[in-house]
Design a protein around this ligand. Structure first.
Ligand SMILES: Nc1nc2c(c(=O)[nH]1)N[C@H]1C(S)=C(S)[C@@H](COP(=O)(O)O)O[C@H]1N2
Ligand SMILES: [Mo]
Length: 319
């Protein structure tokens, strides 16, 4: 499937602070159609602690946006990961005891390839690429994050779902000893999420193992998390231990916890407000506190790539 690279980059989105902190390389790959890899330099940050292992052989994807990435500090200290607490700083503060190695992922349900796989075996065939994606939380803040990962579609293909498989379900690890937030029933653990097969095999759907060229910090969902940049952030489930192929639409944590507020699709949509706040604008984390909020774009700016997944679906009802 061919996919156009994002074409919506406005220089005004580059915040002076981000420019100063990131010294990033901006690639003007204009006119490039189709997903591909570039032998160009990756996003650079000068604030990455030395303890994070650098991932080898990462190539930059043409599906990256040209917005300036947030700093490593922002990306790793302004988090939602309720397994470690409810405040934005909790995941960074309380995830030191979490052990993402060794890691096993169970594959089950409607697929020909099933069983338990070590993370290494699961990752082995997949070249890693950097995808700089916009990230929009349902709470009306946003960031730009240089993820490292590989297309979920490539894994789905390897696992050979049966003709009955209509959805892919994901489950986060349950380890209350290492995840202090799981000692309270703030959510119904494990955190679960899901996609349609069409969404899961869309070229933009990414399984991430790193950020800024290094392994994922615990607070960002080590060692394996989903990233679906056209959907609200809560779809991007962290620390995945199970991937299941299902015939029926799987339960998802937030739509089960508050069905009036969150749906299964959760596509970014400035026209459908959250019952308690507007989704028309967003605050870019890291921008100066006096900068105006920026407009939220349909499908978070990825409409050209993903809108066709939803033809015929009423997006106001199927939110
Ligand atoms: N298991 C799990 N995954 C999760 C969450 C969570 O609480 N638990 N929070 C979600 C929400 S609401 C957001 S916005 C993103 C935040 O990802 P980040 O902290 O890496 O930016 O993770 C998502 N994935
Ligand atoms: Mo979120």
């Amino acid at each position: 499937m061919l996919i156009k690279r994002p074409s919506d980059i406005r220089p005004s989105q580059i915040t002076p602070e981000a420019v100063f902190h990131n010294r990033r390389q901006v690639l003007a790959a204009a006119g490039f159609a189709g997903a591909g890899l570039l032998a160009a330099s990756l996003a650079q940050a000068d604030d990455i602690p030395a303890r994070y292992r650098r991932l080898p052989g990462v190539k930059r994807s043409t599906l990256s946006v040209r917005d300036a990435p947030n700093t490593f500090e922002d990306i790793t200290h302004y988090n939602n990961f309720y397994e470690f607490g409810l405040d934005k700083g909790d995941p960074a503060e309380y995830s030191d005891d979490f052990r993402p190695k060794p890691w096993t992922v169970t594959i089950d349900g409607e697929a020909e390839v099933k069983g338990q796989f070590s993370l290494e075996d699961l990752l082995k065939p997949h070249p890693l690429e950097e995808r700089v994606y916009r990230f929009r939380c349902v709470e009306a803040w946003s960031m730009v994050i240089p993820w490292v990962g590989f297309p979920l579609a490539d894994l789905v293909k390897r696992l050979r779902p049966t003709s009955r498989a209509k959805y892919v379900a994901f489950e986060t690890v349950v380890r209350p000893k290492e995840m202090p937030g799981q000692r309270s029933r703030t959510l119904d653990w494990p955190y679960v999420e899901g996609l349609t097969i069409a969404e899961a095999t869309h070229p933009l759907a990414l399984l991430a193992v790193g950020v800024y060229g290094v392994e994922l910090p615990n607070q960002n969902g080590a060692p394996l998390r989903l990233v679906t940049p056209w959907k609200y952030g809560f779809k991007s489930i962290k620390s995945i231990v199970r991937i299941s192929f299902t015939e029926k639409q799987p339960r998802t944590t937030w739509s089960a916890a508050a069905p009036d507020e969150y749906g299964f699709y959760a596509n970014v949509n400035p026209k459908v407000d959250h019952p308690r706040w507007s989704q028309a604008t967003e605050r870019r984390i890291g921008s100066a506190f006096f900068s105006p909020k920026q407009p939220t774009l349909p499908f978070n700016g990825y409409a050209e790539q993903v809108a066709s997944l939803y033809t015929g679906l009423d997006l106001a009802r199927n939110f």
